[in-house]
Write a protein that binds this ligand. Structure first.
Ligand SMILES: [Zn+2]
Length: 198
């Protein structure tokens, strides 16, 4: 490719010259891709493992304010969604929120940015369903429900769609996904997707 030669675009993994507007070469993507699924009351699909290159890239993305990888992670999850979900147009998409402390520190919500990419790629509606403990939103919820919400990490901030895809960057213990699922209260079909599994 002329462009990559002129601009000297290199793979973030191995340094090999690559196509314009990509981050990794084919062989580095092949190394990262390691699909797995975890069942926690619903299926959560993972693109790869939280080790080596994928771990390095996620750390770069989440902790160095480097949003440039959003396209790559968006592409990974778009591929997973297409491989594992039927009738994607029936779904809405949402994400696991970051804590308020993390949002203040990073200035962005990593999972949200990835969900936005996927929403645009697949033309499915992004709905902000969960919020991390924002007191303002709790006021809108009836008092008996409020107690349940205060005890958890998140609150519901929107309607519950019939079918929902939940996005997160890294799946560790699954506690965030489980908490999100609990809040949905069996009112919709849920499927989760994460970039990596720790
Ligand atoms: Zn490479």
């Amino acid at each position: 490719m002329i462009f990559s030669e002129v601009l000297g675009i290199k793979c973030h993994g191995c340094g090999k010259k690559i196509k314009f507007n990509t981050f990794l070469c084919e062989s580095c993507i092949k190394k990262i891709k390691n699909p797995e699924v975890t069942y926690i009351g619903f299926n959560v699909y993972h693109y790869g493992k939280y080790t080596e290159l994928l771990k390095e890239l996620i750390i770069k993305y989440k902790f160095s304010g480097y949003e440039g990888l959003k396209k790559l992670f968006g592409n990974f999850l778009t591929e997973s969604i297409l491989n594992n979900t039927e009738n994607i147009n029936d779904f809405e998409i949402t994400y696991i929120p970051s804590s308020e402390k993390s949002i203040r520190k990073k200035g962005f919500i990593p999972a949200k940015i990835i969900a936005e990419e996927i929403s645009a790629d697949l033309n499915i509606k992004l709905t902000e369903i969960f919020s991390s403990g924002a007191k303002k939103e709790q006021v809108k919820i009836t008092s008996d429900k409020r107690e349940t919400n205060v005890s958890g990490k998140f609150v519901l901030k929107n309607h519950i769609p019939k079918k929902l895809i939940i996005i997160d960057d890294v799946f560790t213990t699954g506690s965030s996904m489980k908490e999100a699922f609990r809040l949905l209260n069996s009112q919709c079909e849920v499927v989760g997707f994460t970039v990596a599994k720790a």
